[in-house]
Design a protein. Structure first.
Length: 334
C-alpha cells in the first residue's frame, strides 16, 4: 500500500469504517486495524441504521463498501505510534512501516473486560454480547435476560430491560450489588419485581447449538452449580479504551479516553503544545488534525449508530481543516 495519504483511519469498527467510507469519496484513504478482513466491525454480526442501507448490515458488508470506494486497508498490523513529521502526521505500524497522512481519525474503540469463559466467547453475537449499554431494550420483550456485572451501567440496563423482558437476572460476583453501585440505584433495583440479583455467583459456561440456549451458574460460596435457560446474555463488566499506544502523544483522561474539542480548553486557554491560533474542533484531539470517533473518545455516547455518525463527522471536520490548511499554504506562497 502507498505510504502517503490524505487521511489515515486507525480502527475498523463501526466508527472507523464509517470514516473510511466517507473519506474514500475524494480523499486518498488508509484504514488500519489490528484484526483481519472486515476489521473489528466483522465481529459485530448486525449493525442497525447504517447510512446507505435500509436493512441491518454486517461489519463485513461495511468493509466491502469501503473497499469499493477505494479505501486501502492495512489489517492484522496495528498502529503502535503517532507523531508529527515534516510531511504531516506519521503513523507507525507494528511491523515498522510508517504511513504519513494529512489528517488522522482514531477509532480504536474499547477492549471489553471478558469473562474468560471459552464457551461464552463462542456464542458472542449469537445471544451473548459484551456491551457498555443496551441501546434497544424493547428488542428483548418477553425474554429471560441475564446480565453479568455490577457496574452502574449494568444496573441501569437491568432497570431499562425490566420494562420489556419477562425477567432480568443480574449475576454479581460480590456479596451485594450495593458494593459497586449507588445506594439509590440498588434500592431501585430491589423495588422492581422482575429483577433478580444473584450475588456471589458467576457464569461458568454457556451452551447452545449455534445460538445461546442457556448458562451454567456457580455459587462462589457453596459451590452449587445450576443451569438456567436464556437466549440473552449481556456481559457488562466495563471496558478499557485502546489508547495505551498513544500514551504521551496526546491528552487522555484518567481512564485513558481521548479528550476532544471544548474539553481540551482550560479556563479558555488552548491546550499545551497546541499549534495554531484556532481552538480545537469538535472531535479534534490535543494534536491538530487528529480526530477521535466512537467509544475511544471521552464522553462518547456508546451506541453503534452514534459511533457511525461520529466517524462521518470526523471526516467532515478533517476536510474542513485540510481545506483551510491548503488555502493558508497557497496564501503564504503568494
Amino acid at each position: 500500500m502507498p505510504e502517503r495519504y490524505d487521511v489515515a483511519v486507525i480502527g475498523a469498527g463501526p466508527a472507523g469504517l464509517a470514516a473510511g467510507v466517507s473519506a474514500a469519496d475524494g480523499l486518498k484513504t488508509a484504514v488500519i486495524d489490528a484484526y483481519g478482513a472486515g476489521g473489528s466491525a466483522a465481529a459485530t454480526p448486525v449493525i442497525q441504521n447504517y447510512p446507505g442501507f435500509a436493512d441491518a448490515v454486517s461489519g463485513d458488508r461495511i468493509y466491502e463498501q469501503a473497499q469499493r470506494l477505494g479505501a486501502s486497508f492495512a489489517l492484522t498490523n496495528p498502529a503502535v505510534g503517532l507523531s508529527t513529521g515534516t510531511d504531516g502526521l506519521v503513523v507507525t505500524l507494528a511491523d515498522g512501516v510508517t504511513i504519513s497522512a494529512r489528517a488522522v481519525v482514531i477509532a480504536t474503540g474499547v477492549a471489553y473486560r471478558t469473562l474468560g469463559v471459552p464457551s461464552v466467547d463462542k456464542l458472542i453475537g449469537a445471544g451473548a454480547i459484551y456491551a457498555n449499554s443496551v441501546a434497544e431494550p424493547a428488542a428483548f420483550a418477553g425474554q429471560e435476560v441475564f446480565i453479568v456485572g455490577a457496574t452502574a451501567a449494568a444496573a441501569q440496563a437491568a432497570l431499562d430491560l425490566a420494562k420489556h423482558a419477562s425477567n432480568v437476572t443480574m449475576v454479581v460476583r460480590a456479596g451485594a450489588i450495593d458494593a459497586s453501585v449507588s445506594a439509590g440505584l440498588a434500592k431501585e433495583i430491589d423495588r422492581v419485581r422482575n429483577i433478580r440479583v444473584r450475588v456471589n455467583t458467576q457464569v461458568i459456561e454457556a451452551f447452545g447449538e449455534g445460538r445461546l440456549e442457556g448458562v451454567r451458574l456457580r455459587h462462589r460460596v457453596s459451590g452449587t452449580i445450576e443451569a438456567a435457560r436464556t437466549r440473552a446474555l449481556i456481559i457488562m463488566m466495563g471496558a478499557d479504551p485502546n489508547t495505551e499506544w498513544l500514551k504521551g502523544s496526546m491528552l487522555r483522561d484518567d481512564e485513558g479516553y481521548l479528550v476532544t474539542g471544548n474539553q481540551l480548553l482550560r479556563d479558555g486557554r488552548l491546550p499545551e503544545g497546541w499549534m495554531g491560533e484556532r481552538p480545537p474542533l469538535m472531535l479534534e484531539t490535543s494534536v491538530p488534525r487528529v480526530f477521535a470517533a466512537g467509544d475511544v473518545r471521552q464522553g462518547a455516547v456508546r451506541r453503534v449508530t452514534s459511533a457511525i455518525l461520529e466517524g462521518m463527522l470526523a471526516i467532515t471536520l478533517a476536510r474542513q481543516v485540510l481545506r483551510e490548511h491548503a488555502e493558508s499554504v497557497v496564501g503564504a506562497a503568494s
